[in-house]
Design a protein around this ligand. Structure first.
Ligand code: ATP
Ligand code: MG
Length: 469
């Protein structure tokens, strides 16, 4: 059993979350609130309630530092109401645009359920927009069927009045610049302009947990974001090769993780010192296979970290054909060492499309800072683009035993080399036969390749990163 040392840094303090269940009678007239439209989670049938609860809990966490809010869900809409004047509504809006599970957001004014109160609220609250637009229409949703006018009657009334009040404004029901939305709900009416697009996806925490291989590049933060968007909690793992890569390179990766926190919520980054493995591969393996062999080690370590933390999948920022190690043959070779599935959300995307997302989510400027990644350390001049699994499995072993052919890779030689490196080996009876079958770093099940991986991995650092800290 190999013990995995870990340094825990920057622990966050857990704050308890209270989900409001009281019978709330709606916001007072005149108050500004934020309305959130839920996305595909409304199609979740019997599970819908658990998606709504998760979304609500996630919202409470994101608003934790911005004041006291009441959050509740009615009729596919989540209401976010400030409970005191000290609430930071702009900060809340900004935070809520990054919450997965929300497809649209509107800032809305609550008012009495009365046609003239609704008209007055629309006029006052949307005055800037009504003055700036050339065309408009009014759209009403009437969830409260006891309201004395139909939706069409209310839209016609408010639309007609606004048309007279703003002489430069024309009604255009097909393609208006501005839509005045009226919602007559159970406890109040609301007016608002067109909703802004939300982050989409599903609430983080509903889709299990994945471990994302985060480099300092453009692609892997986008890949992590895309998987988190599907409701998956994403932890990160990063390999660094000090002194070949600088402390700034590591800090840059932690900063990328921090930039993702408003989307992903609380997040851990496992930082793996990778120098010894890279030096060993450079010393002992054919140059053109260096990159692919190194990537197999990354995957092995990530799988071990995933298994130890109850994580069920890895995520990478690979896209077919982008570089030598991302050909289909190369992916077959890296996947061969994986014990959990590898998700590659960018697999069919062009760089341009990835860059567009990277800019939108705010990671691009940090990603292009000029610090080296360990992947570019010892990069071969001519990396093999179509590696074969058999040669990869043999090459490190033959090289590390200092022999030229498989025939010379005898159990005696293997044990001799391990002992030279300070590993005590006591072969079990029958181990000799097993040594003759497939070759990876070693063949004795008691001395798995992980032994070599973890001998070269003296210390794993774990950073707990969170917007709450
Ligand atoms: P990126 O822009 O994400 O760095 P890339 O185009 O540079 O990707 P590679 O360097 O081949 O591609 O890396 C492919 C994938 O391997 C990355 O998207 C990332 O998931 C993972 N990876 C690369 N380097 C590291 C690293 N130092 N630590 C953790 N994962 C890494
Ligand atoms: Mg990279």
């Amino acid at each position: 059993m190999i013990v995995f040392p870990a340094v825990i840094a920057g622990r966050i303090e857990r704050k308890s979350i209270t989900v409001s269940t009281n019978k709330h009678q709606g916001p007072p007239a005149g108050e500004e609130i934020i309305l959130l439209k839920m996305g595909e989670m409304v199609l979740k049938g019997l599970n819908r309630r658990s998606f709504e609860d998760k979304l609500q809990a996630n919202i409470y966490r994101r608003l934790n530092n911005l004041g006291q809010f009441r959050v509740y869900t009615r009729q596919s809409t989540t209401y976010v109401e400030p409970m005191t004047d000290a609430c930071d509504m702009d900060g809340a809006w900004e935070a809520l645009t990054k919450v997965f599970g929300v497809v649209g957001l509107s800032r809305a004014r609550a008012c009495e359920k009365d046609k003239d109160a609704i008209l007055a609220a629309a006029r006052e609250y949307l005055d800037d927009k009504l003055s700036a637009a050339r065309t408009f229409k009014v759209e009403t949703k009437r969830a409260d069927k006891t309201f004395p006018m139909t939706s069409i009657q209310l839209s016609q009334y408010v639309g007609g009045e606004l048309d007279e009040l703003y002489p430069d404004l024309k009604v255009d029901v097909h393609n208006p610049e501005l839509t005045v939305h009226i919602e007559v709900r159970d406890y109040a009416a609301f007016v608002h302009a067109d909703p802004e697009p939300g982050a989409g996806g599903l609430p983080v925490g509903m889709g299990g947990r994945a471990l994302s291989l985060l480099s300092g590049g453009i692609d892997s933060p986008v890949a992590s974001w895309m998987i988190a968007k599907r409701g998956v909690i994403v932890d990160m793992i990063h390999y660094y090769s000090y002194p070949y890569t600088s402390p700034e390179a590591k800090e840059k990766v932690l900063e990328l993780a921090r930039l993702l926190v408003p989307y992903t919520g609380k997040q851990c980054v496992h930082v793996v010192p990778f120098t010894k493995i890279q030096e060993e591969l450079r010393r002992s393996c054919p140059e053109e296979l260096f990159t692919i062999l190194m990537r197999r080690f990354m995957m092995r370590i990530a799988c071990r970290v995933a298994e130890k933390n109850g994580i069920h999948a890895l995520v990478t920022g690979e896209s077919v054909g982008q570089v030598a190690s991302q050909t289909l043959d190369a992916m077959v070779c890296t996947d061969a060492v994986c014990t959990v599935p590898v998700l590659r959300p960018l697999v069919g995307m062009d760089k341009e499309e990835i860059v567009r997302i990277s800019r939108r989510i705010g990671t691009f400027e940090t990603s292009i800072l000029p610090y080296e990644d360990c992947c570019t350390v010892f990069t071969p001049k001519h990396p093999r683009t179509k590696p074969k699994l058999e040669e990869l499995e043999e090459a490190p072993l033959l090289a590390s035993l200092g022999v030229a052919s498989r025939e010379e890779a005898t159990p005696e030689r293997f044990i001799q080399v391990l002992e030279l490196r300070g590993v005590t080996v006591a072969p079990r009876p029958g181990a000799e036969e097993e040594m003759d079958c497939t070759l990876d770093f070693c063949l004795d099940p008691e001395i798995t390749d992980e032994l070599l991986v973890f001998r070269f991995t003296p210390e794993l650092e774990l950073y707990d990163i969170s917007h709450e800290s």
